[in-house]
Design a protein around this ligand. Structure first.
Ligand code: NIG
Ligand code: FE
Length: 410
């Protein structure tokens, strides 16, 4: 395929490492460009004026539309059995996320429903959700377990994710989140649940090669900093790098736990102090993944993206798609909201949702920018006057077509 007359070819660059601090504001754009794709990979690009022979490529005339790398969404809980709009109403009426969780709603509610649902049904539901996300421009996705909370059901979830990996045309990464909540029957004996994770779940998961990463919900009422570190260390010894839920509702020690255990990313960060911001600016710190639609849906303050960027953090944007705190996986909305509510520049938000998202799933060799050799997972936008128009026109769907592995995704 040869795409001609591209108004803006966005994020054209080879890998330069994770984008930190002021690097996030540099978004290389080629105006009036063409792009060549062979066997699902990008094989060339340049300015239209330098395109002299068309070979026998299938020509797609972009007619002044723009092209950018598909979104790399590095944090989701895509596999779940049922939506939770009753809790949405409870929240409207005044209950908090933590109060709903404490009375057996929230994650435990999703775990009950998932236990009752057949693997086949979960797979069908997740396929449908993933197809919708791809149509919205998502070209790679990380998916967590964590609505199982028993060995059998965590394995069931992870097997669904493995089947999604095989079925999906986009890369999928699997994260084991057995430490998402303490099940009711372990409330009086949390140690026994942690032992179950470490001694029974982890070995079984690694044996079947079902996970790429390990995650812990490090939060008051869920898992402490010490427990998070312990679980991450054992996970890492089994070959699973940590990606941690940290500081969503309270300062939890999750950033420190992530730093000390070599986490790939620490995610959420709605609640944060100067000390965590300092740590996240260190060159060997985990990436800082912000999930603005979750903050929005729970009516929390937004994470301090500006201060993180000023302090050199490698900011990533992701959807957190899940039935409790972000029932939308629309990355276009995430990018818009990041500009509007967290004052990220459009360039910063697009970098954070593409190249840095790819780094946060270790897919940077494959995705996240327009570079020769990378997979042709691309968004072809409607005609837009400028790159900033994308986040500016929030709530509009400007994704005209999506290209996955060099083919139009229908
Ligand atoms: O990332 N905070 C923990 N986990 C999810 C929400 C899970 C749920 O409510 O089902 C999150 O927000
Ligand atoms: Fe999450």
């Amino acid at each position: 395929m040869l795409i001609t007359n591209i108004r803006h070819l966005i994020n054209v660059r080879p890998n330069t490492g994770r984008l930190r601090g002021s690097q996030l504001a540099e978004l290389p754009v080629l105006n009036h460009a063409y792009l060549k794709i062979d066997d699902g990979r990008i094989t060339g690009f340049g300015r239209m004026e330098d395109l002299h022979h068309f070979g026998d490529y299938r020509i797609v005339d972009a007619e002044g539309r723009s092209v950018l790398p598909a979104w790399c969404d590095s944090h989701s809980h895509l596999v779940f059995a049922a939506s939770r709009e009753a809790e949405f109403i409870d929240k409207i009426k005044g209950l908090s996320y933590a109060e709903i969780a404490a009375k057996g709603g929230g994650i435990l509610n999703s775990a009950r429903k998932l236990a009752e649902t057949e693997e086949e049904v979960l797979f069908d539901l997740a396929k449908e959700r993933l197809s919708r996300l791809i149509r919205l421009g998502t070209g790679a996705l990380e998916i967590k377990s964590g609505y199982g909370l028993s060995t059998e059901t965590e394995l069931k979830m992870l097997r669904v994710i493995r089947r999604l990996k095989e079925w999906a045309p986009v890369p999928v990464k699997a994260t084991f989140l057995g430490a998402h909540a303490i099940p009711m029957e372990y409330k009086g004996n949390r140690r026994a649940y942690i032992d179950l994770i470490l001694q029974e779940m982890l070995p079984a998961i690694v044996q079947e090669n079902l996970a790429d990463y390990i995650d812990v919900f490090c939060e008051e009422g869920f898992f402490s900093q010490a427990e998070t570190e312990e679980i991450c260390r054992v996970g890492a010894a089994f070959g699973l790098k940590p990606k941690i839920h940290a500081n969503q509702l309270n300062i939890s020690g999750g950033v420190q736990a992530g730093y000390r255990t070599g986490a790939l990313s620490v995610d959420h960060l709605e609640t944060i102090s100067d000390e965590e911001i300092r740590i996240l600016g260190l060159t060997d710190a985990p990436m800082a993944t912000l999930l603005p639609t979750a903050a929005y849906f729970l009516r929390m303050g937004f994470p301090p993206a500006r201060r993180l960027i000023e302090n050199n953090a490698a900011v990533v944007l992701a959807s957190d798609f899940n039935p409790g705190s972000s029932p939308s996986g629309n990355m276009n909305m995430v990018v818009s909201m990041s500009c509007i509510q967290m004052k990220m520049l459009p360039e910063e938000a697009i970098n954070a949702a593409t190249l840095n998202g790819a780094y946060a799933m270790e897919l940077e060799e494959e995705l996240g920018s327009i570079a020769t050799g990378k997979r042709a997972n691309l968004i072809l936008t409607e005609k837009i006057p400028s790159v900033a128009y994308l986040p500016y026109s929030f709530g509009e769907n400007l994704v005209d077509q999506v290209i996955i592995n060099g083919e139009f995704y229908e």
